[in-house]
Design a protein around this ligand. Structure first.
Ligand SMILES: CC(C)(COP(=O)(O)OP(=O)(O)OC[C@H]1O[C@@H](n2cnc3c(N)ncnc32)[C@H](O)[C@@H]1OP(=O)(O)O)[C@@H](O)C(=O)NCCC(=O)NCCS
Length: 247
C-alpha cells in the first residue's frame, strides 16, 4: 500500500529519489484560488477557456501545484517560472532554470492530480479513475499491442476492468516519459498487463528513436484509481507526498 506522507517544505530533489505529490482536485473555491494565483497569464487564459468546470479546476490545481513545488525547490517565485514544450508537447522548465536538470510531469483525473519530480531523469506519470461505463473490452482490443491483448484475454474475468486501466496507465506513462504523448503510438511497445504482476516495459518497436531504459512503478493513489510512474533508468526510491492548499 502506497503511504502518502504530509508534504515537506525543506525537500531537496535528488536523482536518488523520485518525489510524487498527490492532491485532491475537489477543493473549495478559496483553496482553488491559491493555486490559480501562481499561474502564468497564458495558463490563466487557457483555464478560462475550459468550459467544463471540473476540468478547469483540475488544470488549475495541477499546474498551480507544479509551480508551487518548483518554486520551493528552486527558491524562486512560482509565478515567474517559464515552461517550454518538447516537440510533442512535453512540458519542461525553461528560462534561467532550463539547465537545472529538474524533470517533472503531471497527470489529472476526476478529483485527483499527481505531480512527479526528480533530477536528471526523464519522467512520465499517468493516473486513471477506474470507470465501469467504458467499453474497456473493445478499447483493449483496439489499443493494446497483440502481445498485451493476448495477455489481457488470458486473465480471469474478475480482473478485466482493473487490468485494463492499469495497463492503460503503464502505456500512457511510457509515452509521457519518452515525450511523444499518444502520438508515439500505443502499439509501438509492450508492457506487462496483469495488475498484480510487476509493471514492466517488455519490448519496444521504436527503431532506436527513443533511447534510455525505463523503470515502471505502480502507485496506489487511492481507492478506485490506478497510476503508473515511468522513470529513466533504475537505482532510485519513490517518495509519495500528500499536498494540501497552503502547504
Ligand atoms: C499528453 C497526453 C498523453 C496526456 O494524457 P491525458 O490522460 O489526457 O492527460 P494527463 O492528465 O495524464 O496529462 C496531461 C499533462 O501531461 C503533460 N503533457 C502534455 N503533453 C505531453 C507529452 N507529449 N509528454 C509528456 N507529458 C505531456 C502536460 O503537463 C499535461 O497537462 P495539461 O493538460 O494540464 O497541460 C495526451 O493528451 C496526448 O497524447 N494527447 C495528444 C498529444 C498529441 O499527440 N499531440 C500531437 C502532437 S504531435
Amino acid at each position: 500500500m502506497t503511504h502518502w506522507k504530509p508534504s515537506r517544505d525543506d525537500l531537496q530533489l535528488s536523482a536518488d529519489y523520485v518525489d510524487v505529490w498527490r492532491v485532491s482536485t475537489s477543493l473549495k473555491d478559496k483553496d482553488v484560488a491559491k493555486f490559480d494565483s501562481v499561474l502564468s497569464p497564458d495558463q490563466r487564459t487557457r483555464a478560462q477557456r475550459m468550459r467544463v468546470a471540473e476540468k478547469r479546476q483540475q488544470y488549475i490545481i495541477a499546474q498551480g501545484l507544479t509551480r508551487i513545488l518548483l518554486g520551493k525547490v528552486l527558491d524562486a517565485d512560482p509565478k515567474a517560472l517559464r515552461f517550454d514544450r518538447g516537440p510533442k508537447g512535453k512540458p519542461y522548465l525553461g528560462g534561467s532554470f532550463a539547465n537545472a536538470g529538474i524533470q517533472f510531469n503531471m497527470t489529472h483525473t476526476s478529483h485527483l492530480a499527481l505531480v512527479a519530480m526528480t533530477l536528471n531523469r526523464e519522467l512520465g506519470i499517468d493516473v486513471e479513475r477506474i470507470r465501469e461505463n467504458l467499453q474497456w473490452q473493445r478499447l483493449a482490443q483496439r489499443y493494446f499491442s497483440p502481445l498485451e491483448y493476448r495477455s489481457y484475454s488470458s486473465l480471469p474475468k474478475g480482473v478485466g476492468l482493473r487490468a485494463f486501466f492499469t495497463c492503460w496507465t503503464r502505456k500512457e506513462a511510457v509515452l509521457k516519459a519518452i515525450g511523444t504523448g499518444l502520438g508515439g503510438g500505443l502499439g509501438s511497445f509492450d508492457v506487462s498487463v496483469d495488475p498484480d504482476a510487476p509493471p514492466a516495459l517488455l519490448g519496444t518497436r521504436w527503431n532506436g528513436r527513443f533511447h534510455g531504459d525505463w523503470t515502471l512503478n505502480q502507485l496506489e493513489p487511492g481507492a478506485g484509481y490506478v497510476a503508473t510512474l515511468v522513470t529513466e533508468r533504475d537505482g532510485f526510491e519513490v517518495r509519495c507526498w500528500e499536498a494540501k492548499p497552503g502547504d
